[in-house]
Design a protein around this ligand. Structure first.
Ligand code: IPD
Ligand code: CA
Ligand code: CA
Length: 264
């Protein structure tokens, strides 16, 4: 297991927030049957988890800045270090009682990803990586998958939903990838999709319209596991452009071509 002081802070914060979210996830099932549904309850759970993460990270590293999904940007006196936090990634899954959601904490140092933790408290899978130290799942060292044959490759993606643009380009990308690969999954938690690429479960992942807190921790996990992460143009400007292609080196290259292939 990766046990640097930084990773210890991040995993402890994720576990603490995870305990609260697991309790609330248990409640969500009962609320499914109510007329109003559990949406309000889940947004309270989300904000509670973010508060726990904010307090824990601030206590451990008081000078670091933060960018959190609900709270937004919090300036720090140390301008080199910034936490990028999604307290609950996969909200729709959580809301529907589907156990595929996570807490995602990334640390950016001098404009580059330095460390990341993604925690699924339901399966108790803790993915962690720090620059130069490798990527780990609980006690085990992670490597991206070695599959280089596109016809055997399994990919993950995210489908643009309500209010998001890009349905048509997405359908064209999906058609390209479906036609040549072993399959495409859409599981609904981008952070875990990326963690699963690092773990070699998927050969690659692509999505557009993501936020920095969806991608931050996953990006360092994949690079530390030997994979590649870029935006759709092949640059490392994912946080500004909001799109991402990740994979083992061979499948990242293949996916870049497929996703960029002109529609029609
Ligand atoms: C969402 C999830 C989903 C992705 C969406 C994200 P949220 O985050 O990561 O997989 O497709 O684009 O917004 O809202 O559950 O934190
Ligand atoms: Ca998210
Ligand atoms: Ca979220």
């Amino acid at each position: 297991m990766l046990r640097t002081p930084l990773i210890n802070v991040m995993t402890a914060a994720a576990q603490k927030a995870g305990r609260g979210l697991v309790r609330d996830f248990g409640e969500v099932e009962h609320l499914q049957v109510s007329k109003k549904g559990p949406a309000d309850f889940v947004s309270v759970a989300d904000r509670k988890a973010e508060k726990v993460l904010f307090e824990e990270l601030q206590k451990a590293r008081p000078k670091y800045g933060l960018l959190m999904e609900e709270r937004g940007a919090v300036e720090g006196s140390d301008t080199s270090n910034r936490w990028l936090v999604d307290p609950l990634d996969g909200t729709t899954n959580f809301l529907h009682g589907i156990p595929q959601w996570a807490i995602s904490i990334g640390l950016e140092r001098d404009g580059q990803m330095f460390a990341g933790v993604i925690y699924n408290p339901v399966t108790d899978e803790m993915f962690a990586a720090e620059k130069g130290q490798g990527a780990f799942l609980n006690g085990r060292r992670l490597r991206v998958s070695a599959r280089r044959d596109l016809s055997l490759a399994l990919f993950a993606t995210g489908i643009p939903f309500q209010g998001r643009e890009g349905h048509e380009p997405f359908l064209a990308q999906l058609a390209e990838v479906m036609a040549v690969s072993a399959g495409v999954r859409r599981y609904g938690a981008a952070s875990l999709d990326l963690a699963w690429v690092a773990a070699g479960r998927y050969e690659g992942f692509w999505e557009q319209n993501l936020k920095p807190w969806d991608m931050a921790a996953g990006a360092i996990l994949i690079t530390e596991a030997g994979g590649f992460v870029t935006d759709f143009a092949g640059d490392r400007d994912m946080f500004n452009r909001g799109d991402i292609i990740a994979g083992n080196p061979a499948m990242h290259a293949a996916l870049c071509k497929l996703v960029k292939a002109p529609a029609g």
